[in-house]
Design a protein around this ligand. Structure first.
Ligand SMILES: [Zn+2]
Length: 163
């Protein structure tokens, strides 16, 4: 188990993405391949299920992307945030913390076993400062997530994270 004390990002919600694609599929409207918009090998001329001619068809694919998928899908981001809670759960809330190499000096990091942290040292001014710094360092990521998930679903918080 790891423990982290510091600023973290809480993200909820899904972004609906529609993409248009051309696929090679069966032209027979009664065929399963055609009904399900399944792709056939580009080299093939006829459906392997019903033998009908294949055709190019324009389809719209709908995907729902969570915060992590949004960040991973964007080439401009250098994978600077670690999704530590929610990645493999069904919860729609994901939690991200800074990766050590990007903010080593700014934030407290994972505490090992047998370590003690004096909480008195974290006053409001200190916490606000760390949140401000976090927002500054991850401005691009946060702006991008707000743009796709809504401002109410992307929050910088401060606290203890266990995972
Ligand atoms: Zn077919």
């Amino acid at each position: 188990m790891s423990t982290f004390i510091g600023p973290y990002l809480s993200c909820k919600g899904l972004f609906k993405l529609e993409t248009n694609k051309i696929i090679n599929t069966c032209s027979n409207p009664e065929c399963f391949i055609s009904k399900e918009n399944l792709r056939c090998f580009e080299q093939n001329l006829f459906c392997h299920l019903c033998g009908s001619k294949l055709e190019d068809r324009s389809i719209t694919e709908n995907k729902q992307l969570n915060a992590q998928e949004l960040l991973l899908g964007e080439d401009n981001f250098d994978d600077r945030l670690a999704c530590v809670i929610g990645e493999y759960s069904n919860s729609d809330e994901l939690f991200f913390i800074t990766k050590k190499k990007y903010a080593e000096d700014c934030f407290f990091h994972s505490y090992e076993d047998n370590s003690v942290v004096e909480i008195n040292n974290f006053n409001k001014e200190y916490i606000d400062n760390q949140k401000r710094l976090f927002k500054l360092i991850y401005k691009e990521e946060i702006d991008y997530l707000i743009q796709h998930l809504g401002i109410e679903n992307v929050l910088v918080k401060w606290g203890l994270v266990n995972w």
